[in-house]
Design a protein around this ligand. Structure first.
Ligand code: MSP
Length: 675
């Protein structure tokens, strides 16, 4: 079949026991950027994401909430459905494993395996361990201290009748696959891990759970006493979403689920779920005699302070507040650019801000607005229709960055592709400095040609920004008078990256442009800085501010004039304006949106209040409950990362910057005055 190459890219389907976090956001943004890149390159793209809704984990999470698993799924899936458009995710489909089409696909895959490899599925007894966190079976020798080897989740003993998949029979074929198709598992280090895992010997895999233990799953075909193991169920989404098993026919499946050379199927997954994708999934497909995906790419993890994000530690970064602070384009750029795909990286709001300022505000954004202003001023807003003027350095740089950009995306290295774009902007800035198009006197023609050249190059740049920052790319595209959006130029079979010259001569530019203003650290990250003890909004964060400029200035405004004021002396009356009270901590938990903050519920004697305090690094929530602390009871409430703090607790800051709470010596009831 002649025609454009097909490119089918998928994200993992996300469990619905948790709200979307930065990890889910990451994979989905990377998949989206790859999808958008391949659309620019003229490929026929299909991009799938969705949710994984069956299994013990969801069943238990729903039970804990007192709702049905389906109710939980319906509720959580809405968060994904709202988040993806806010992040400009261009998925073609969204699959939920509770959909009918998915059940059909799973049944069809079973039928096909039984038909092609009749002895692949058999009944036996599973004796070993099960980790609900990973939804994974672990044999005796892999469990250490009752914890799973992958994530350290608690495991449970399972002894039940089970259906098995004869995975052991596929070890040789899998090894041959890894050796003959090195691109099957990427990056290479992960391939080596997967290879050694398989070379170490494969046990047959349990692919059912007894309905008496887990009831939230698809009925096991042919045996109503069992439900399908959730990973068999989940992996099948990649074909069920394409219509596999649809009795009416499955044109999408026929079109996209094919093997190289003219088709690519890329599964993007986190490194923790690589084994399911790179070992089990190809074995199921081999048993069914179906085409295999081209590549399983195992990306790295975002960490906080070098350690795992976890709900219990309360240090999970959620996309909502980040979108508010930085916007979709800057957040996407950060996720794609900050670390090479495959590596782990440390997440911090500050890193997002720094990256935004250095790459987008100072470099790319500044270049576009500068050039638009130069054309507006020197050429009355119309790009001169003259011959471009490339000097050797720019000619060479342009060719080189375009190649690097394409190679970066084609080899699943978006960070390298994006670096080529900032290098492109650097090269254009240097060209401007060399050619000085602002020195017009007596060199008008030269200046016109230089500006024509730069605008032409900016068209290439705007187009290439589209996969990472579709919003900004459209704004730049419009500003250069090229149309609404580079996406409107996209058509299967047309390689926009091969366009040599965007004929910009005669276009009217639209300015002034201010797409990425420089972000002020204090304004954007005020709360985070506060929680570090750096003054600013510290007081509102629930603990005393270090003496800083702002704290001093505030005092001055509030206090009555006094001759000692300059020395920082206050009167006793001034001191008593601050109402200090004892309070009992009733409840303490991590702040949902900030890793340095805790949310406390306190008893002030005659009322209960909520406090938000920057003490998460020093105190575990469970150690605070029942303690009596001292709070400022008449502080104006302030909102901290979305939660209102109705007061401030007192703590002494040790030399290491760690807060130590003030607590009364002896029993005093909540609400007692402190002076
Ligand atoms: N439901 C399974 C996937 C089934 S695919 C057939 C699942 N879901 S998940 O919601 O727990 O995780 C989805 C993805 O998020 C995984 O790829 C995982 O690696 C990724 N991440 C979870 N935390 C992460 C970070 N902190 N950083 C980067 N990605 C991480 O697993």
């Amino acid at each position: 079949m002649a025609g454009p190459r097909t490119f089918y890219v998928t994200t993992p389907i996300y469990y619905v026991n948790d709200l979307p976090h930065i990890g889910h956001t990451y994979t989905t943004v990377v998949a989206d950027a790859l999808a958008r890149f391949h659309r620019l390159a003229g490929d026929d793209v299909y991009f799938l994401t969705g949710t994984d809704e069956h299994g013990q984990k969801i069943e238990r999470a729903a039970k804990a909430r007192g709702i049905s698993p389906k109710e939980l799924a319906d509720e959580v899936v809405e968060n994904y459905r709202k988040l993806w458009p806010a992040l400009a995710i261009s998925n073609d489909d969204f699959i939920r494993t509770t959909e009918e089409r998915h059940r059909r696909g799973v049944e069809a895959l079973f039928a096909r395996i039984r038909e092609r490899t009749p002895d692949a599925i058999y009944k036996g007894k599973y004796v070993g361990w099960y980790c609900t966190g990973c939804e994974s079976f672990y044999p005796e020798n892999q469990v250490v201290d009752g914890k799973c080897p992958e994530q350290g989740h608690p495991v449970e003993r399972v002894e039940e009748e089970s259906w098995f998949f004869r995975l052991s029979a596929f070890a040789d074929r899998l090894l041959e696959l890894y050796d003959s198709h090195p691109e099957f598992v990427l990056p290479e280090t992960r391939r080596n891990e997967v290879r050694s895992f398989v070379a170490g010997g494969l046990r047959d895999l349990s692919i059912s759970r007894s309905r008496s233990k887990v009831s939230w799953g698809l009925p096991f075909p042919g045996d109503p006493d069992h439900v399908v193991y959730v990973w068999f169920d989940a992996l099948t989404n990649y074909v069920s979403a394409l219509g596999f098993g649809d009795p009416e026919g499955a044109p999408l499946y026929e079109k996209y689920w094919r093997e190289a050379p003219d088709a690519t199927v890329l599964h993007l997954v986190g490194k923790d779920i690589l084994r399911f994708h790179a070992v089990y999934w190809p074995a199921f497909l081999m048993a069914a005699g179906l085409p295999l995906p081209t590549t399983i790419f195992g990306h790295g993890w975002w960490l906080r302070d070098e350690s795992k994000m976890s709900k219990t530690r309360g240090n999970v970064a959620r996309p909502g507040p980040l979108l508010e602070d930085f916007g979709a384009d800057a957040l996407r750029w950060f996720l794609l650019r900050e670390i090479p795909l495959g590596h782990d990286g440390n997440y911090s709001d500050e890193a997002v801000l720094d990256r935004t300022n250095s790459d987008l505000a100072n470099n790319i954004g500044n270049l576009f607005s500068r050039v638009v202003a130069l054309v507006a001023k020197g050429e009355k807003g119309t790009v001169p229709a003259v011959e471009p003027l490339y000097d050797d350095e720019l000619g060479e740089a342009t060719r080189e960055v375009r190649e690097r950009y394409r190679a970066g995306f084609e080899s699943c290295d978006p960070a390298a592709a994006l670096r080529a774009l900032t290098d492109h902007a650097d090269a254009l800035n240097r060209y401007l400095v060399r050619q000085e198009p602002w020195r017009r006197k007596g060199r008008e023609e030269h200046c016109s040609r230089v500006l024509r050249t730069v605008v032409g190059e900016l068209a290439h740049l705007a187009l290439r920004l589209h996969p990472a920052m579709p919003g900004a790319a459209a704004t730049f595209w419009q500003a250069l008078g090229l149309g609404e959006d580079p996406a409107t130029e996209i058509a299967a079979g047309k390689d926009l990256l091969a366009v040599d010259d965007w004929a910009v001569g005669g276009n009217s530019v639209q300015g002034p442009l201010k797409v990425f203003p420089r972000l002020d650290k204090k304004k954007v990250l005020g709360e985070a800085i506060a929680a570090d003890g750096g003054g600013g909004r510290d007081a509102a964060a629930g603990r005393p501010a270090k003496p800083g400029k702002e704290a001093g200035a505030k005092k001055k405004a509030d206090a009555a004039p006094d001759e000692d004021e300059g020395a920082g002396i206050i009167t006793i009356d001034e001191f008593f304006r601050v109402k200090l009270r004892t309070a009992k901590v009733l409840k303490a938990e991590p702040h949902p949106n900030a890793d340095k903050l805790l949310r406390l519920e306190i008893d002030l004697g005659d009322e209960k209040r909520q406090l938000v305090a920057g003490i998460a690094k020093a105190y575990r929530p469970e150690d605070l409950v029942g303690r009596t602390i001292v709070v400022v009871a008449n502080l104006k409430p302030a909102k901290l990362r979305g939660l209102v703090s109705e007061g401030m607790l007192l703590a002494a800051t040790g030399p290491d910057g760690v807060p130590h709470l003030l607590m009364p010596d002896g029993d005093v009831p909540p609400g007692s005055p402190v002076s």
